[in-house]
Design a protein around this ligand. Sequence first.
Ligand SMILES: Nc1ncnc2c1ncn2[C@@H]1O[C@H](COP(=O)(O)OP(=O)(O)OP(=O)(O)O)[C@@H](O)[C@H]1O
Ligand SMILES: [Mg+2]
Length: 257
Amino acid sequence: MPKIAITGKGGVGKTTLASLLAYIYAEQDQRVLAIDADPNANLASALGFPEEVAAQIAPIAEMEELIYERTGAKPGGYGGFFKLNPRVDDIPDRFSAEWRGVRLLVMGTIKGGGTGCVCPESALLKHLVRHLLLQRSELIILDMEAGIEHLGRGTAGAVDAMIVVVEPGQRSLRTAQTISRLAADIGIEEVYVVGNKVRGQADRDFITESLPDLRIIGFLSESPLAIEADRRGVSVFDLDPQMVEEAKAIADGLSNF
Ligand SMILES: Nc1ncnc2c1ncn2[C@@H]1O[C@H](COP(=O)(O)OP(=O)(O)OP(=O)(O)O)[C@@H](O)[C@H]1O
Ligand SMILES: [Mg+2]
């Protein structure tokens, strides 16, 4: 089953695309595991998970006892000794929740230092992502922040496609170029671009012409319904049929590459 990582500059629509793809694949009877790897987690809301379902999800980085039990060190402790190879195989099912065919796991926030820190919670998360990508049989959608620190060498090879979301603007396009270089450095070859919040052909052309070396697999139109969905805490998938169609074209594009 494909493992898809979604990245890009802040606010470009990574989580929106992740939620759309998750439901599209679930509707095609795929078993979908969505992973919220953004420290500022909000994929549950983008998926419109009801509160009682979302409440069953425990962000892994905040499970102090678990981190201590698995790594032998207390979270927040820098240096010192901890296991680099902690047991993680039981974590995905225990701390996630499922809704409408999408199982959601939330990585949570590492205090201080972030995912790059040399601390037990970072070691556990990295190992967990590695396990998920290499051992799980579901279709995986990984909603990441702009940095791709969760993916080390050795793990990156298990990513079948990295989607970099951009919007029609210089900043996100530059971020996309940086990310694609980092991705190539750690061995991810399949990098694709999705242009979001496009208002017409001029925006599509601008994105295409700005990224001549990258493969663009589709566009999502700017839509007031996306904002409305966010405001109401419901999924775009349920609110905006046009975005669903556009995201389906992106899913088709992925399987054709
Ligand atoms: N096609 C679109 N048209 C209009 N608004 C959109 C579109 N896509 C996303 N948005 C809105 O833009 C905002 C950011 O979207 P989203 O949370 O998906 O981005 P993100 O890249 O995951 O952000 P972050 O970096 O904060 O995680 C949200 O309010 C969302 O509703
Ligand atoms: Mg997001």
